[in-house]
Each structure stands twice: as C-alpha cells, then as structure tokens.
Ligand binder design. Sequence first.
Ligand code: SF4
Ligand code: SF4
Length: 427
Amino acid sequence: MNDGKTEDALRVTHHESRDKGDSSLVTRYSSLSYCVRCGACKELCPTYIEDSTEGMGARGRLMLLRGLAGGDIEPSKALDERIFSCMLCGACNSICPLGINITGAIYKYRRDLRAPNNKRTFISLWVKFALKRATTGFRILKFIEGVGEVFPVYRLKPFKILREIGIGSLDAPLRDSASIFKVSRPKGRIAVFAGCTANFLYPGIGRSLIRSLNAMSYEVILPKGEACCGAPLMGLGLEDAAVRLAEKNMKTFKKMKVEAVISLCPTCVHFIRNEYKGLVGDSIENAMEVSQFFSDKLSAIGNLKDSHSLPLSGSSLKVVYHDPCHSLYSLNVSAEPRQILRSMGLDLVEAERGCCGFGGTFRLLYQDLSESILKKRVEGYRKADMIVTSCPNCMVQLRSRVKDRQVKHIVELIEEAVQGDRDEKEI
Ligand code: SF4
Ligand code: SF4
C-alpha cells in the first residue's frame, strides 16, 4: 500500500529540475516509467556481475523503485538493502539507451525514503564529524591505529581497511601546506582540489601534482578552504549536508582566475563539475582529472622506460591502467591516461575494465561484496608488473590486496617523467 507520502516523495521532478537548474541529480523518479527493461544497464553493474540476482542490478533496482512509486511494493528493510548496496558508480547511466538517470533516482530514495539502520547511522555520524573536523578525525584514526589491538574498536570489521592502509605511519595532511607555489615566468595558473583521500591518506600524490605543474612552469594554488566534495554524504542520503559543502567549495574555487581546477580524484571532479549544478545550481566547469590536463601536454612528458625508480628498469615493464568508475562512466576519460603511459615508453597491457569494489562507504557497509569484486579485478591484472590508476580511493582498495607489486597514481609517474634530472623542490 502506498501511503501517499512515498508517492509524493517519488513524484518530485520538474519543479526541482527548474529550481535547481539541472537534470544531472534531479532527473528523479518520473523517468523510471520510460525504462523498456532492455537490461543493458545490469550487464555493466558491478553488484549484479558479482551477485547475479536481479534486485542487485541496475535494472532490478529501478524496477523496485518503480514498484514503490506505483504503490505495488512497500518500503522494507530488504528494499533498503538493495538500494543502499548500489555503488553509485554511474555505469548504468552511461549505457542506458534512453538516458535514464538511475543514480539520480537512487540518491533520491536515499535522501527521502531510507529506512533506519544502526550501522549506517554510525557511519553517517562519523563521516559528518570527520568532514567537519577533518584534521581531528584524521588524528583520532591515527590514535586508534596507534593504540591498535588494545583498543577494542580497532578489531571491528570496518577498521579492517584502516589496518591495511596503516594510518599511523602517514605524514601531515596536504592541506597543512596550503599555499601558492610560484615559478618564474609562469605560463598559467592552476588550482588543486586535492580531495579527502589524497589530502589525508596520500598527501604525497598531491605534492607530486604540485611539483609536476611547477616543473611545467605553472603557478599552483592549493587553497585553504577546500571542503569534501560531498559525494560520501550524498551516498548516505545526507543531501543537506552535501549542499553546505558544495556551497563552501563554490565560494573557494569559483572566484579563482585559473586555467583549470585539477583534482587527484575523479569522483571529486564528477561531483564539482557535474553534480553541483543539481545541488547548488552552479558548478566548477573547469574542473578536470589529472590525465585530462596532462594528456594535452604530452610533449613535455619524458620517457620513463629506463627510470631507476621503477621496478625492472631497463626491461620491458608491463603496466596496466585501472579505470576509476567516475573517470570511465561520468567523465568519459579513458584514452588520455593510456596516451600518457605510452608516451612514457611503458608497455601497456589491457585487462577487462570494471570497478575495484571500493565505492566510498560501500567498502564499509558491504565488505564481503566489496572484497569479492576486488579479488576478480586484481586477478585480471596479474600479467602486469605495476598497476596505475587516477584515483586515490582505487589505490586504497587495490593496495589492500596487491602486496607483490606497486599500485601508483598516474601523477607519480608524470612527476618522474616531467622532473627528469631536475632537483626536487621542497613542498
Ligand atoms: S538500460 Fe535503461 S532502458 Fe534498459 S533496463 Fe536499464 S534503465 Fe531500463
Ligand atoms: S550505479 Fe553502479 S552499482 Fe549502482 S545500479 Fe548503477 S551500475 Fe549498479
């Protein structure tokens, strides 16, 4: 039985689109009725590929939401699980021949209709706290990791990934070095939107980006005011909190006179460039992924084939490129990183493309599923001596399983290639 409230919540569409001026996040439930059930979306859906049940695929989720909107099915814990186990990877949106915004419908369900869930509430509270007090949150995690086994929380399943990352050994967040990095006779100015994972877990890749840009004569701004892009909050159904972060980022980055806002994380780029329109009516249009920017500058990128810092230097190093979902499906970036790697003289091997199984809070909420998706992905990469990607979240996930080979962000290789024999500047 439909209680009216559910139907109302599902029906919102046109005035929201008008009010918010975009269709990306707000092509809500009305479009569900256009689905012709062709099934193309489920063939790319990582949770369907793993689980093989209709309800765990894109088409099945859409049918469930359609049933809910029409009053044919009622809200339930099982429905909630199906909708929350979506990784929001965007693969379904990219392939649907009718352009149905499946993730938009899923965001809306999570915002308006999610059922209470203790685990998710705990994670939501933690994420909200950590994003508001990011440095304090980072220190707490370091403390928990430092105290280790003595602290019972450390043994809980959600901390497994933190144990694998080794937070205690990490250095200061990138944002501590917020500044303007000048060069003599700059050819342009670039702003860096680091993203939370790079900021706190892998600040080194942020420094690599700054040094690479400086080496190519770009002045770099690493602003103090960067907030989380909001994607994790949207995934948890906390749209109001995500809007506040979006407003903060718009204030910081929109006014900057820069050639590009480069992020180390494709999810951040997708959000600040595509999804902010639906959230705050405006976006950071010149946001781009690392390889989008550097692929235009291939002539400045050197040959890495004999680099002494790479394993197997002097031999034919086989590299596989792991496509982050939001690069592939939301930003349409896949040729650029491959061009860059080839221009470095590296031997690029191809493997089946697909999700690594991270999916932000999905990694914490659906650990078994996440790990089985990861296992398959990594098996496909076994012919490569090194795995390269453009996403720090994929790095976290891949490194949790790959122990015998390096997993690098493409910017680390770009830095080696553009720096050449130059002295490394202190950042
Ligand atoms: S690809 Fe589009 S039309 Fe086909 S089943 Fe999926 S949502 Fe429906
Ligand atoms: S966003 Fe990804 S995980 Fe979610 S339904 Fe679409 S393809 Fe499946």
